[in-house]
Design a binder for this molecule. Structure first.
Ligand SMILES: [Zn+2]
Length: 440
């Protein structure tokens, strides 16, 4: 399919941070083939009028649990341990594979509306999330979370099943879907299990997506029981030998940072969760200075409470400035790069993250008619701090229009909100029944 995007301004996020004004984008077979003048003989199948629109490379959500839309508003105003043990964990015990499908579909609608072209998902019944990714047109890196503390404790399948899922769906949907190994964390998974995952990663080449170093207690416990920080421990278990993404990594030593940089490990930073669950802040500047690939994520809507990557960009920026008492932190287009190219790199989509010839056509078009876009002294600052996800009128993923004029083309949004709403309420009812039986 050949598409011409007519007359947008373009935030290229190329090496020179060029911003182009009123320049056409030409797309063929999913790729950007020209900017400005069309290639010879180019006849578009479709033209999108993008006058007074800003084209931005689409966002990559580097860490989420998309089906947790079902727990949106279900675990409010609680610290991390009570949030998890009293609300989230109990709710998830009543989860079905159908719930996962509708929960992920709801999340996909939100992500598309926030300009997100790819997501890195860590959850259960991931075959259902793969269906959503296939139907929605989104790019996805999918992990069937494993705890490694006995097959009866796993949700939906054991490690054999998770590996079967990974091998069956790897590179499916024209390469839009990637599968990844997903041990939950060093604080849940025993060392033997992590070492086994490290071995499998090396043998299969599969990437690894894991949580680590979320609290000072986790680091202290790790030092006490293993004599290593969580990051040192994961490294010694061989988990950083293939492409790896560590979610959170809030409490790091200098040695941790040098391991992450040396082993090319990406960090997925989810500022809304840290603020909402009062997990504390972190200084990203030393990581960025060391060359660690820091990407941004929403985390799950049980803690966030939405899947809005546009908001994450602004919040990440504000939190770094505020927490570090440094107005120069995360300056210019850096937060946009973290949410686009860095996320794409973390998830293995190296041909995404900028609007340049030869790159995948993953493009969000922001309408700039609303008052908050004026004046246009600085389009980068307007995009980081003023743009709303409702400004996004069109979204293309791998050259396919997924949303046009504010309408999602690939998913039935009305049916999805209906199904997700009643199913989430039913899950909570079942959950209350379990709690009543437990107490009786
Ligand atoms: Zn998480």
């Amino acid at each position: 399919m050949r598409i011409r995007i007519k007359n947008p301004d373009i935030m290229t996020l190329n090496a020179e941070s060029q911003i182009l004004s009123g320049v056409d984008i030409f797309i063929d077979a999913g790729m950007i083939v020209a900017l400005g003048e069309p290639p010879e003989g180019f006849v578009p199948d479709e033209t999108i009028d993008a006058t007074n629109h800003l084209a931005l490379p689409g966002f990559f959500n580097a860490h989420c649990h998309s089906p947790m839309t079902f727990e949106r508003g279900w675990a409010e105003d609680l610290p991390l341990d009570r949030w998890f043990n009293e609300r989230i964990w109990v709710a998830e015990s009543a989860l079905t594979d159908e719930d996962v499908y509708w929960g992920a579909a709801l999340a996909a609608c939100e992500m598309i509306r926030s300009g997100c072209v790819g997501f890195n998902d860590h959850y259960f019944y991931m075959g259902e999330v793969a269906k959503v990714a296939a139907q929605s047109g989104m790019k996805a890196s999918l992990t069937w979370c494993q705890f490694g503390i006995g097959d009866d404790k796993e949700i939906g399948t054991n490690l054999d099943g998770a590996l079967k899922f990974a091998s069956e769906l790897q590179s499916s949907s024209e390469g839009r879907i990637k599968t990844v190994l997903g041990p939950h964390s060093p604080y849940v998974c025993p060392p033997d299990f992590l070492a086994e995952i490290g071995r499998i990663a090396r043998e299969t080449g599969l990437a690894v997506h894991i949580h680590a170093s979320e609290s000072p207690e986790q680091v202290a416990n790790s030092l006490k029981s293993l004599g290593k920080t969580p990051i040192e421990h994961l490294d010694s278990c061989g988990l950083f030998e293939t492409r790896a993404i560590v979610a959170h990594a809030l409490y790091l030593t200098e040695n941790d940072i040098s391991i992450l940089a040396r082993k090319n490990v990406s960090v997925a930073h989810c500022p809304l969760t840290y603020m909402k669950l009062a997990m504390g802040g972190t200084d990203l500047r030393p990581l960025l200075a060391a060359g660690v690939n820091v990407a941004l994520g929403t985390d799950g809507p049980g803690s966030n409470n939405d899947m809005d990557m546009k908001e994450v960009v602004r919040m990440a920026t504000l939190l770094q400035k505020f927490y570090n008492n440094d107005a120069e932190a995360l300056a210019g287009d850096l937060p946009l790069r973290m949410a686009t190219a860095n996320g794409a790199r973390a998830m293995g989509f190296a041909d995404s993250g900028s609007i340049e010839v030869g790159k995948s056509a993953d493009i969000a078009l922001f309408n700039m008619d609303s008052p908050h876009w004026y004046p246009k002294h600085n389009l980068t600052a307007n995009l980081v701090h003023c743009a709303k996800n409702g400004d996004i009128r069109h979204l293309l993923i791998a050259g396919q229009p997924v949303m046009k004029n504010g309408k999602i083309l690939t998913l039935d949004e009305e049916r999805i909100t209906y199904e997700a709403d009643w199913r989430a309420r039913a899950m909570v009812q079942k959950n209350m029944q379990i709690v009543r039986e437990y107490k009786a």
